[in-house]
Write a protein that binds this ligand. Structure first.
Ligand SMILES: *Cc1c(COP(=O)(O)O)cnc(C)c1O
Length: 385
C-alpha cells in the first residue's frame, strides 16, 4: 500500500475494495467501478487550520499540494443557525439549519467544484465537462472561469431557467437535453472520450466529494467541535451526504471530537418522484435499482441512478438513520414553512429535507430529544421562473 507522501499528502483507493489508483486523472475504481476515496494519514487534533476565511480553512484535510493555491471563490463558511420555533413545529429538541444557498452560484456544489477544479488544473486538463441537474453546472461554470479552463455542461432542458442562465452567463457552453441527468451523463462520457475534456460527474472523479467534506468540518466547528445526533440531507447523487460522513470519520480518526463521539444518524431525504435510495433502503438492499421516469421540481434530487448508491446504503447501515421521501405537495408546503419560519430563502430540496424529518419524528424513527442539523442545499431564487 502506498503511503501519503509530503509531496502529495494523500493517496487514492477504492471506497469499496481499496484498490489503489494514481492521484492524477483518476475516475472510478478500475477493478470494481465504485467511487475512489482520497486517503490521508490522520490529522491530529491541534493541527493548525489554514488562516483564511473560506472552505480551504480545512486545508490539512484536503487534497492540496504544499504551497498550492486552490481555485477559490469564497465558498463555504456558511451560517449554521438555530431555530427553536421550527424545532418545536417539527418535534425535535434542537434544530439548526446550515444555509448552503449562501455559496458562490447559490448551492453547496461550489465546495465540490472548488476542489475538483483545483485538482483538474493541477493535472493540466484541456477542458471540463459535467452532466448536471442544474447547480453543479453553474458551479463548474464559475470555477472553470476562475481557473481559465473551458467548460461544457449537459443539462435537462427542464432545469430551472435561472440556473441555465447562470451557466451561460459564466461563459460555459450549455447543451440542453431532452432527458434527465442520467441521459446527460452518457453524453458527457462520450464528449470526454472524444475531446480529452475531463469529466467531473458526481463521484466519477474523486475530488468533488473532498470539497463536500468541508460541510462536515464546519458543522463540527460551529457546534464547538462536536457533532449533532442527526444530520438531514436532501440527497440526489449522494456526494453531500457521503462528504459529511467522510469528514466526520476523519475528525474521529484525528481525535477532534470528544471521547466517545460517534457518527450521527443520517436522514437521506428524497423526492417521492425519484427515490432510488429510499426504495432500496426500505427493501433492505445494499444497491439501488435505477428509478424509471424520475419526476420532481426539486431538480437537485432528480438523480435516477446515483453512483453513490452502495456508499449511501452502507452509511445508513453503519451510522444508522433512514432514507425516506416527500411528495411534491409536501415539498412545496415545507419549503414555504422553512422560509417563513427562518428568513432563509429555502430551496425545494431544503423543504424536502424538512418534510422528511418531520415524518421521521412523527413515526418515531428519529427520537424527539434529538439535536438535528438540516441542510438547505440551495437558494429559492434559483427556482423562481
Ligand atoms: C445537487 C443538489 C442536491 C443533491 O445533492 P447530492 O450531493 O447530489 O446528493 C440537493 N440540493 C441541491 C440544491 C442540489 O443542487
Amino acid at each position: 500500500m502506498t503511503l501519503p507522501s509530503d509531496a502529495a499528502p494523500w493517496r487514492l483507493s477504492c471506497s469499496a475494495c481499496d484498490t489503489e489508483s494514481p492521484i492524477v486523472g483518476a475516475s472510478i475504481c478500475k477493478s470494481c467501478g465504485q467511487p475512489l476515496f482520497a486517503r490521508y494519514a490522520p490529522v491530529p487534533v491541534g493541527t493548525p487550520l489554514a488562516p483564511r476565511w473560506d472552505a480551504w480553512r480545512y486545508s490539512p484535510f484536503m487534497p492540496l499540494l504544499a504551497d498550492e493555491a486552490p481555485v477559490s471563490l469564497g465558498e463555504g463558511l456558511t451560517p449554521l443557525s438555530e431555530f427553536q420555533a421550527l424545532a418545536d413545529a417539527v418535534g425535535v429538541r434542537r434544530l439548526w439549519i446550515k444555509d448552503e444557498g449562501q455559496n458562490p452560484t447559490a448551492s453547496f456544489k461550489a465546495r465540490g467544484m472548488s476542489a475538483a477544479v483545483t485538482r483538474a488544473r493541477g493535472a493540466g486538463v484541456p477542458g471540463l465537462v459535467v452532466p448536471t441537474a442544474g447547480n453543479a453546472g453553474a458551479a463548474l461554470a464559475a470555477y472553470g472561469a476562475a481557473a481559465g479552463i473551458p467548460v461544457r455542461v449537459f443539462a435537462p432542458a427542464t432545469t430551472p431557467r435561472p440556473i441555465l442562465d447562470t451557466i451561460e452567463a459564466l461563459g460555459a457552453t450549455l447543451i440542453r437535453i431532452d432527458g434527465h441527468i442520467g441521459d446527460a451523463g452518457k453524453l458527457a462520457i462520450a464528449y470526454a472520450a472524444e475531446t480529452g475534456y475531463f469529466n467531473v460527474s458526481t463521484l466519477r472523479e474523486p475530488y468533488r466529494v473532498e470539497g463536500m467534506k468541508t460541510m462536515g468540518f464546519e458543522v463540527a466547528e460551529q457546534l464547538g467541535w462536536r457533532v449533532p445526533d442527526v444530520i438531514v440531507y436532501p440527497t440526489g447523487g449522494g456526494e453531500g451526504t457521503i462528504g459529511i460522513w467522510k469528514a466526520i470519520n476523519e475528525l474521529l480518526a484525528g481525535g477532534w471530537l470528544p471521547t466517545g463521539s460517534q457518527q450521527p444518524a443520517y436522514v437521506v431525504a428524497q423526492a417521492a418522484g425519484c427515490a432510488p435510495i429510499a426504495r432500496a433502503f426500505a427493501a433492505g438492499h445494499s444497491k439501488a435499482e435505477p428509478w424509471v421516469d424520475p419526476m420532481t421540481y426539486a431538480s437537485g434530487l432528480r438523480v435516477p441512478s446515483p453512483l453513490g448508491d452502495q456508499l449511501l446504503l452502507r452509511i445508513l447501515r453503519e451510522a444508522g438513520g433512514v432514507a425516506a421521501t416527500a411528495t411534491e405537495d409536501a415539498i412545496r408546503t415545507w419549503t414555504r414553512a422553512l422560509s417563513i419560519a427562518t428568513g432563509i430563502d429555502a430551496a425545494p430540496e431544503g423543504g424536502c429535507a424538512l418534510s422528511v424529518l418531520r415524518d421521521a419524528v412523527t413515526q418515531g424513527t428519529i427520537a424527539k430529544n434529538s439535536e438535528v442539523v438540516l441542510f438547505n442545499t440551495g437558494a429559492g431564487a434559483s427556482y423562481r421562473v
